[in-house]
Design a protein around this ligand. Structure first.
Ligand code: ADP
Length: 452
């Protein structure tokens, strides 16, 4: 736009120097017109030079807004000056109008700013004309011209500004999408790393019990061939085979379940049953195992009976999982407390230990899949980092929640909150036949990564 304006002014100068040359002697207005074209051309050249310097970052301290406004005002007031001195010719401020429109298109002035800048220069022009022009019609022509300039410059600035705004919003949206994509990419990379770590970990987890089973089988085989097999040895190695088979069963079971949960293919079978009874029974069934490890197990409840809707098998699994962690991370002479209380329409089950605790920075992530606290695992225990994530999913499937409080070196407390609701008109009841055998199997599976 500025280039077109420059070209236009150069053509005007050529016209001034050729066609209007003789007229300049007779009418002073042609002299002003001639100087006006030269000055506007010089201003445009100055504008282009400054713009170039700024684009090449040689003028970084220059405020572009100040730069634009100075240029615009110079042109405007030159136009005012020219208009005043050409007062006696009708339509003489045409050049002025061209300058104003051209610059307002080019400048990124906000509509209100454009309106104020143009109107203030034009008020000066009109007031001066009132004092200098005697011809009423001529004065009206000037006022109409001036008003058109203000209105047009306002409209052009508005269109320009809106386009500028649209472009800005568009760029911002692109930037936002780019940032979102980067975030997703980062998450994908993190997930990919987690997946790789998981496979490395799972391979180790699968290989260890399989190796133990093979070794035990070879020893038994060798002893049989050598006729050195006695009952004590046989039962020791059979026990090893059994425990490691349970470990494999647990790992594979957990893997199948998290895959089912991910595929939304896992359902909890809710029935109305006494939650206190279920938690107490499963806790008491591990008492001998816990005490064998030199740890005390204390059970306490605020209410004697509480019937709510839950899946007894899955809640037993949750409690066993929390108990198995509590045993893993608590030393001899430590204590484990299991307590039940009611709070805000929820039944809360707390499993608290006096073990090694969890560092603050890990408290939020231990429920994430495959996350284990570095070096937290005592040497003779193993873990895959799936347990708590599965526990969380199972509790959430009951519309409940799980929270943890812990202090490094002092112990941890896991609190499971289940909603105090029942299924209306449900006929299903808890099947208590064969409960003992069932518990033994479940404990063998859930505690299989704790070695004696
Ligand atoms: P894992 O199978 O490895 O035990 P979990 O998901 O059950 O996996 O537990 C994740 C991690 O949380 C554990 O590796 C351990 O670092 C930490 N953790 C869980 N329970 C306890 C606890 N009671 N005391 C200390 N740390 C715990």
């Amino acid at each position: 736009m500025v280039n077109i304006l420059l070209l236009l002014n150069i053509i005007f100068i050529i016209v001034d120097l050729t066609i209007y040359k003789s007229m300049r002697v007779k009418a002073p207005s042609y002299v002003y017109l001639y100087y006006s074209h030269i000055i506007i051309s010089l201003l445009i050249i100055l504008w282009l030079v400054l713009l170039n310097l700024q684009e090449n970052k040689r003028f970084t301290s220059l405020n572009p807004k100040f730069f634009y406004s100075s240029f615009l005002n110079l042109i405007l007031y030159w136009g005012v000056f020219m208009g005043l001195n050409n007062a006696y010719i009708g339509g003489q401020i045409t050049g002025y109008i061209v300058c104003v429109l051209a610059t307002s298109v080019y400048l990124y002035l906000k509509p209100v700013e454009a309106f104020l800048t143009y109107s203030s220069s034009l008020i000066i022009l009109i007031v001066s004309l009132v004092f200098t022009v005697n011809n009423q019609n001529l004065l009206y022509t000037h006022i109409i011209n001036a008003s058109i300039v203000v209105i047009l410059s306002y409209i052009i600035s508005k269109i320009n500004f809106l386009n500028f705004l649209k472009e800005f919003i568009h760029k911002k949206k692109i930037l936002q999408s780019k940032q979102e994509l980067e975030k997703i990419n980062f998450k994908l990379k993190e997930y990919e790393k987690l997946r790789t770590d998981f496979f490395a970990n799972i391979s180790h987890e699968l290989k260890t019990p399989i190796n133990v089973i093979f070794c035990a089988e070879q020893i038994i085989d060798f002893s049989l061939k050598q006729n050195q097999c006695n009952n004590d040895n046989l039962s020791k190695y059979l026990k090893m085979i059994k425990q490691n088979s349970y470990r494999l069963t647990r790992l594979i079971g957990n893997l199948i379940d998290i895959t089912k949960i991910d595929a939304l293919n896992f359902e909890v079978k809710l029935i109305n049953a006494d939650i206190i009874q279920v938690v107490e029974d499963i806790t008491m069934s591990v008492a001998a195992f816990v005490e064998d490890k030199g740890i005390s197990l204390i059970f306490d409840t605020e209410v004697e009976e509480k019937v709510i809707a839950f899946d007894p098998n899955q809640i037993e699994r949750v409690i066993l999982n929390l108990l198995s962690n509590a045993i893993k991370f608590t030393d001899k002479a430590g204590e484990i407390f299991v307590s039940i209380y009611l709070e805000n329409n929820n039944v809360c089950i707390s499993v608290k230990d006096t073990g090694i605790g969890i560092p603050d920075n890990m408290l939020n992530s231990i429920f994430d899949r495959f996350i284990q606290v570095d070096n937290a695992l005592p040497k003779n225990h193993e873990g895959s980092g799936i347990g708590l994530s599965l526990v969380k999913s199972l509790v959430e499937m009951h519309n409940g929640s799980i929270n943890v409080k812990s202090k490094l070196g002092e112990g941890s407390e896991f609190i499971v909150s289940l909603p105090d609701t029942i299924i209306p008109n449900s006929q299903q009841t808890l099947d208590s036949t064969n409960m003992e055998n069932d518990y033994i199997k479940k404990i063998n599976i859930e505690f299989s990564d704790i070695y004696q």
